[in-house]
Ligand binder design. Structure first.
Ligand code: GDP
Ligand code: CA
Length: 465
């Protein structure tokens, strides 16, 4: 009675035949491709109806408006319901109410074939979301075993994300809230050894942010941080003194350095650190090989480490170019190529394109896998209205002669069809009208002001995939 096929590589489409040629098509996975569903339904001479029904915490039966829209669907038509929970239930009583609500939907809509639970922004953890899906499923299958119930993402989908530090970390929090299985491939170009400690700022930003340990105001490092070690190092005159090394943070670097010295690769070390932080996603460095971003400045040319240029000089020394030392010959970390091969969609986070995303792409086999891989690649602009939202990306873009605009960055990434990396490019409404040759461009408010806004961005990006 059912078969599955893949459409556009971005969504799994299940096709169900019911009694009397009723048909429902449902899409789970990254990106619900409505056009593809409609085409498939049309080619089979079927009609497809898709409705979104709201659920408020505690609600056990649909409101009158929902009931009347359910009644207006002819019984011979396949019905897809997207159950949109304003807030995910976080206790047994809440899940019981959601379960009852789902059961009453199944009772009142005989044509129902598929029910998809749309993640609410407040579904902070994938596990909470999975529990809510289980509650919906329990409510429905008792009455209707023929109805397919699923999450917005199913477990087989692997959105994959390329990310730098804080822009990437905030975006990732939104991706995680959708309940998807996510692998984040993170920049290591910022990594540096100071005072004998190996420091990985971008991996740590993601790990602390998703693990609930980040300082949100400062935008980097640990919440509740103290600075005794930094002061004591300065008292010895131990250089460099410009790098913010917090006491809590130092413990992370001590554990990492010790493991690296013992011979563990960075990917294994990262996994070990994540055992404490439980970020809820798989975190992979782009490469286990040592690769660092250096900046060529001054006349005559001299190269300084990216961290020195960024933090000590606040990116004010004019940069001539960026060099990814060690990129040549660097291999993707274990798991990176598999994740790219399995991904339904790859999202490029709104990270700094020049010093966060470019060093990831500088790992040649990784870039090759992205360019020629099966998954659609959708980027999210880090530039809104000609300015980076936070940070100094404008200074980096100037150094590589790229305009600090959504179109400039989209053009820098380029279309996959022309050897670049993008299929889709998401820009802010301020930048409506942005065009990038060979790339589908869509708009969505891109300010990650809170989780609701970030989840909306993620969904818009997935729909482009
Ligand atoms: P870093 O390594 O900590 O600098 O972090 P990333 O490279 O991941 O992110 C920095 C970039 O994120 C900046 O260049 C900003 O342009 C971008 N960014 C920060 N906040 C936002 C936001 O709310 N929306 C968007 N679209 N971009 C943002
Ligand atoms: Ca960074």
């Amino acid at each position: 009675m059912s078969r599955e096929r893949e459409i556009g590589k971005s969504a799994w489409i299940g096709v169900f035949w019911g009694v009397g040629h009723t048909l429902t098509i449902f899409a789970v996975g990254a990106g619900i491709d409505e056009a593809a569903q409609a085409t498939l339904a049309g080619s089979l001479g079927m009609q497809l109806v898709r409705l979104t029904v709201p659920w408020q915490p505690g609600q056990t039966v649909p409101d009158p408006a929902t009931v009347s829209s359910l009644e207006s669907v002819p019984s011979s038509t396949g019905l897809v319901l997207e159950l949109n929970a304003a807030q995910m239930p976080d206790d047994e009583a809440g899940r019981a109410a959601l379960s009852q609500y789902a059961a009453s939907l199944a009772r009142q809509a005989p044509s129902l074939r598929d029910l998809v639970l749309t993640p609410a922004p407040s579904a902070a953890t994938a596990s909470g979301y999975a529990d809510a899906v289980a509650a919906v499923r329990a409510g429905v299958v008792a009455l209707r075993s023929d109805v397919a119930v699923g999450p917005f993402f199913d477990g087989s989908t692997w959105p994959n994300l390329l990310a730098g530090g804080i822009g990437g970390a905030r975006f990732l929090a939104g991706v995680r809230a959708t309940g998807a299985d996510v692998t984040a491939v993170v920049n290591v170009g910022d990594d540096v050894t100071l005072h004998g400690l190996r420091i990985c700022p971008d991996l740590d930003s993601v790990m602390y942010t998703l693990g609930g340990g980040a300082d949100r105001q400062r935008g980097w490092g640990r919440a509740g941080e103290t600075w005794v070690v930094k002061e004591e190092l300065a008292a010895y005159g131990a250089e460099p003194t410009w790098f913010g090394l917090g006491d809590r943070d130092v413990a992370t670097h001590l554990v990492r350095t010790r493991m690296l010295d013992a011979g563990y690769p960075l990917s294994a070390v990262t996994e070990a650190l994540c055992a404490r932080w439980q970020p809820g996603i798989r975190l992979l460095p782009a490469t286990d090989d040592r690769m660092e971003t250096h900046v060529v400045v001054g006349d005559p040319d001299r190269a300084i480490h990216f961290q020195e240029w960024w933090i000590r000089y606040r990116a004010k020394l004019p940069a001539r170019r960026f060099v990814f030392v060690g990129a040549e010959g660097a291999k993707p970390a274990p798991g990176v190529l598999d994740a790219l091969a399995e991904a339904d969609v790859v999202l490029v986070a709104p990270s700094n394109p020049v010093v966060s995303i470019a060093p990831i792409l500088a790992v040649a086999p990784l870039r090759e896998a992205l360019v020629s891989g099966p998954a659609k690649v959708v980027g999210v602009s880090p530039i809104i209205g000609g300015a980076p939202v936070r940070g100094m990306a404008d200074r980096c873009l100037r150094a590589v002669d790229v305009p600090c605009t959504a179109a400039g960055v989209g053009g820098l990434y380029g279309a996959r069809s022309a050897g670049g990396i993008l299929d889709g490019w998401l820009v802010d409404p301020t930048d409506a009208g942005t065009a990038v040759d060979g790339v589908r461009v869509a708009t969505c408010p891109l300010l990650m002001s809170d989780q609701t806004a970030t989840v909306a961005m993620v969904r818009a990006a997935l729909e482009l995939g």
